[in-house]
Design a protein around this ligand. Structure first.
Ligand code: SAM
Length: 404
C-alpha cells in the first residue's frame, strides 16, 4: 500500500472535476443535516451522473487508468469464461447472454469471439451498464474488435424479462456501494452498532459515527451469528446492503440457465475475521492502492471485498442452486486455460515477445499471490433443466461450497 503523500498529483482539469463532485456531495450532506451514510457517499463518488468516477470520462481500466481487471490482463480469462458458458449457450434455444458492468467491453468482445469460434453464439448479448461513458467505450471496443458480432449486442437500462441463457459479471459486486459499521463500547449510552458515515469538518469530508439503522444492525447480527461470537469493540468493516437485492433480481430474471460471478472476496466467516478489524475498503488511483475514500472524489475507484456467503444465501432464497464456488485459478484450469494458452502461444510469431507476454498474463491470472486465489468464481444454476456443474469445476479439492 502507498501512503497518501505518494499518490501522483492529478492535473488541473482533473482537480476541477473533483472539486465539482465534492461540491455536489457537500450539498447532499448539508441537505441531510450534516451526515450521510457511507454508501450514499460511495454512490455519488462513483456514479453521480456526469461526475462520478464510473460516470465521467476518466480512463479507469487498463495500464493508463487506475486498476486492471482479469479481462484487461488477458483475453485468456474471457476465452475460458466463454468455454464454460458454451455448453449452456449451445444447448439453449434462443440463448441470451447478459453481462453486468462490462467495463471497457474487452470481455464481451473476447467472449463473443470465442463463442463464435466454438459454434455456440447466443441469439443476443445484452449488457446492463450503469455508466453512460463506459457504454460508449464498450460500443467502440466491440465495433473495433468484433465488427461482425457487434450487432448482436444490446444495451439495457434495467434487467430484461425472464430469459434462458447465462448471466456473467466480473468485478461488479465489489463496485456496489457499501455501508460501514463500527462496534461501539457497550458501557456507553450509544447503541452498540454505529454507522460510520460521512460529515464535513475544517479539512473537508470526515468519518462520523451515528447509531446504525435497522438494516445495518441486522447485517451485523447475521455476521455475528455466522461467527458464533460478538464482534469486539472497535471492529470496523463494511456490508453491501444492496447485494442481496441485486442477486435476487438476477435469479428472478433467469428462467433457465447459469449465472457466473467473479470477484475478489471471501466467505463471511473469513471476511469478518477478527484480524480484519478495519475492513476491506480500498481505493485505487493510478495503480496505487490506499484507504482514503475522501481523496480526489471522482478520480479514484472505491471498492470493498465481496461477501460470497451473502450471494449464496440470497441466491438460494430466490430459488437458485449454488453449483460451484472455487478460486479463479481452479475455475480457469477447469475451463481449459492450458488449451487456450497453447493455442495462443502457437499463434504467436516465434521469437517475438508475445509468447513471453502470454506466460506473464497466465501467471497473473493463476498465481495465488496475484489473482488466482483472491478472486473467486461462484456459479448459480436456475431452473430444473440445468444440469449440475462441469465436473472439473468441483473436482480436485477445488470445491469451496462447504465453507460458505
Ligand atoms: C470494476 S468495474 C469492472 C468492469 C469489467 N467487468 C471488467 O472486469 O473489466 C465495475 C463495472 O460495474 C459497473 N456497475 C456498477 N454497478 C452496477 C450495476 N448495479 N449494474 C450494472 N453495472 C454496474 C460499472 O459501471 C463498471 O462497468
Amino acid at each position: 500500500m502507498h501512503e497518501r503523500s505518494e499518490l501522483p498529483e492529478p492535473d488541473a482539469d482533473a482537480l476541477r472535476h473533483s472539486a465539482r463532485l465534492s461540491a455536489l456531495i457537500r450539498e447532499r450532506i448539508s441537505a441531510a443535516g450534516g451526515w450521510i451514510d457511507f454508501a450514499e457517499y460511495m454512490e455519488l463518488a462513483l456514479y453521480a451522473p456526469g461526475l462520478g468516477y464510473y460516470s465521467a470520462g476518466a480512463q479507469k481500466l487498463g495500464p493508463a487508468g487506475d486498476f486492471v481487471t482479469a479481462p484487461e490482463v488477458s483475453a485468456l480469462f474471457s476465452r475460458c469464461l466463454a468455454r464454460s458458458l458454451a455448453p449452456t449457450v449451445g444447448q439453449t434455444v434462443d440463448a441470451t447472454v447478459l453481462e453486468l458492468g462490462a467495463g471497457s467491453g474487452a470481455m464481451a468482445a473476447d467472449v463473443l469471439h470465442t463463442l463464435a469460434r466454438d459454434d455456440a453464439l447466443p441469439e443476443r448479448y445484452l449488457i446492463l451498464e450503469v455508466s453512460a461513458d463506459l457504454r460508449q467505450r464498450q460500443r467502440e471496443t466491440l465495433t473495433a474488435r468484433v465488427p461482425e458480432l457487434a450487432p448482436r449486442v444490446e444495451w439495457l437500462d434495467a434487467l430484461p424479462a425472464p430469459f434462458d441463457g447465462v448471466i456473467v459479471a466480473n468485478e461488479v459486486a465489489d463496485a456496489l456501494p457499501v455501508s460501514r459499521f463500527r462496534i461501539g463500547a457497550a458501557a456507553t449510552q450509544q447503541p452498540r452498532v454505529q454507522a460510520v458515515g460521512v460529515g464535513i469538518d475544517a479539512s473537508g469530508f470526515c468519518w462520523s459515527d451515528r447509531p446504525a439503522g435497522e438494516s445495518l444492525r441486522n447485517c451485523v447480527a447475521e455476521i455475528e451469528a455466522t461467527l458464533g461470537a460478538a464482534l469486539p469493540v472497535g471492529f470496523t468493516s463494511e456490508v453491501s446492503i444492496g447485494l442481496p437485492g441485486l442477486i435476487g433480481s438476477l435469479v428472478d430474471s433467469l428462467r433457465n440457465g447459469r449465472c457466473i460471478l467473479v470477484d475478489y472476496g471471501l466467505v463471511r466467516g473469513e471476511l469478518y475475521r477478527l484480524d480484519r478489524s478495519s475492513g476491506t475498503l480500498r481505493c485505487h488511483y493510478r495503480h496505487r492502492a490506499h484507504d482514503d475514500p475522501f481523496r480526489y472524489p471522482g478520480l479514484q475507484d472505491i471498492t470493498a471485498w465481496v461477501d460470497f456467503t451473502t450471494i449464496a444465501v440470497a441466491a438460494v432464497a430466490a430459488g437458485a442452486r449454488v453449483d460451484a464456488f472455487a478460486t479463479q485459478a481452479h475455475f480457469l484450469i477447469g475451463a481449459g486455460i492450458e488449451h487456450e494458452f497453447a493455442a495462443a502461444n502457437a499463434a504467436a510469431t516465434r521469437g517475438d515477445s508475445a509468447g513471453l507476454a502470454l506466460s506473464q498474463q497466465m501467471q497473473m491470472l493463476l498465481m495465488p499471490g496475484q489473482m488466482g486465489e483472491r478472486f473467486k468464481v461462484m456459479q448459480l444454476a436456475c431452473g430444473e433443466s440445468v444440469a449440475g456443474p462441469a465436473p472439473e469445476l468441483v473436482s480436485g479439492g477445488g470445491d469451496l461450497r462447504d465453507r460458505l
